[in-house]
Design a protein around this ligand. Structure first.
Ligand code: BGC
Length: 471
């Protein structure tokens, strides 16, 4: 079958031959997943900035917490209200807007002359982050074919961990200069490049359909699917699905079962953030300092943490569809709880010997590895699987917003907890959160591996217990 030779459907990328459609989808997904890389760069950069920025501006602990927290507050706003932009501007335009906000925010941070200017521009970056976290996975799921959907969902998280790793490495290289401004520019430049790249992405066929532009949707699908029949079939299925009106607020008010899935989505995100991953992502050098590491060693150990975070995410990408989500989550939370407990004990004794310092580093690595293979990617996956179609957008906005708010709470209290309660007690608290998560996992979280989304929805709506929604 001859295929259209030019992509006129909203993107300027060259059209593909029939058998190349799969690769074309892959390239588009990779390019769109660069939005995940941007969020990762942002999460990672700040750990290197805090030290030199804090000394230059004599920033207090609370001010430093808000240099981190400003971004998280923006994140909460972007994630919660991003649904408006994805719906009215479209997925592609929202990605472009998010990259522009990253560019403006990161450049503003790099040029800021006071702590308050820094915090204000961190809020701008944060809005970009929230928009990406909501739109990136959504766009990927709408561009990918059904069989690629799971992997493409994890691709976003994978590129986020790549971004965190690259930021840690670049911080380590720049650490000797003490130039926090240069560190921040490492985030601004890719944002500008990615913004231009996003302009060339095709529009999401689903968004085109929602806006009554079915011909453009079909044209886009022709370029993304292997056969015209497949494209037409998908269009028809979409038409059918869109008859289900997105009426999340109405459903939330009137349907107890939808409130249960929204509650579960919120719980999953609280469990993810209260595990304590971001105290490591934002404050690793400070924790390593408490464990007795020198300045230079702190930065390189942080890069090692980033590398492990990235590599262990591959375990989830590869095995979540084979072993199931819950066994991996149990293993991940057990390692995280154990590592936090050992870390608390080591910090309690005081890491006075090289052996204890290495043990502290090993515990951080076990913790991060446990998170990256489990809660990191899988909480996002499960959140997107449990919401019924009619309330999916709202359900996802609420869980993404909850993720950001919990992140904000942990990120803006950690340094004060370390100062007020001491490092050992702080780590005991996180150990308890991880143990609690194992109990919550048992009682409330369903195993969704291999279960069609329609089945999950049917069970949810007929009142089946949350833990039995899957298998
Ligand atoms: C979390 C982020 C975290 C990242 C670390 C994500 O799943 O939502 O808050 O920084 O994992 O890789």
């Amino acid at each position: 079958m001859t295929r259209i030779s030019e992509n006129s459907a909203g993107g300027g990328l060259p059209r593909t031959d029939n058998d190349k459609a799969r690769k074309y989808v892959l390239v588009i997904c990779l390019l769109a997943a660069l939005s995940g890389l941007l969020t990762g760069l942002d999460i990672g950069i700040i750990s290197g900035v805090l030290g030199p920025f804090g000394s230059e501006f004599h920033a207090s602990t609370i001010q430093l917490e808000w240099v981190v927290g400003g971004m998280l507050a923006g994140d909460a706003v972007g994630a919660t209200f991003g649904g408006f932009f994805t719906q009215y501007l479209g997925r592609k335009a929202t990605l472009i807007l998010a990259a522009a906000l990253f560019f403006i925010g990161a450049s503003g941070c790099a040029m800021s002359g006071s702590t308050s200017a820094m915090i204000a521009f961190r809020v701008v970056v944060g809005v970009g982050l929230g928009l990406c976290d909501l739109t990136g996975p959504l766009y990927l799921s709408e561009i990918a074919t059904t069989s690629q959907r799971g992997a493409m969902g994890s691709l976003y998280q994978l590129l986020k961990t790549v971004g965190i790793f690259l930021a840690f490495v670049s911080n380590s290289f720049l650490a000797f200069t003490g130039s926090w401004r240069a560190m921040l520019m490492v985030e601004a430049l890719p944002a500008l490049i990615f913004m231009i790249i996003f302009i060339f992405l095709p529009r999401s066929p689903r968004w085109l359909m929602i806006n009554g532009r079915s011909e453009e949707a079909l044209e886009t699908l022709f370029s993304l699917r292997e056969t015209e029949a497949e494209a037409r079939q998908e269009l028809a299925a979409m038409e059918e699905q869109l008859k289900v009106r997105q009426d999340g607020w109405h459903l939330l008010k009137n349907n107890r079962n939808f409130r249960r899935s929204v509650g579960l989505g919120m719980l999953l995100m609280v469990m993810q953030q209260f595990a304590g991953i971001n105290i490591i992502m934002y404050y690793a050098p400070k924790i390593l300092a408490a464990a007795g590491f020198s300045d230079q060693a702190q930065m390189w150990c942080t890069a090692l943490i980033g590398l492990l975070n990235m590599l262990m995410t591959l375990v989830a990408v590869r095995y979540a569809d084979r072993w199931g989500r819950k066994p991996i989550l149990y293993a991940g939370y057990a390692s995280m709880a154990g590592a936090m407990m050992c870390m608390a004990i080591i910090l309690g004794i005081g890491p006075s010997t090289a052996g204890l310092q290495l043990a502290a580093l090993a515990m951080i690595l076990i913790f991060v590895g446990g998170f990256a293979m489990s809660a990191g990617p899988l909480m996002w996956v499960i959140c997107s699987e449990i919401q019924p179609l009619a309330g999916r957008n709202l359900g996802l906005s609420i869980s993404t917003g909850t993720n950001a708010l919990s992140n904000l709470l942990v990120g803006t209290t950690f340094l004060s907890m370390m100062e007020g309660l001491g490092s050992a007690a702080t780590f005991w608290i996180f150990a308890v959160f991880n143990i609690l998560a194992i109990i919550l996992l048992y009682f409330f979280v369903p195993e969704t591996k291999d279960v069609p989304l329609e089945t999950i929805e049917k069970r949810l709506m007929s009142g089946v217990r949350l833990r039995n929604l899957g298998r």
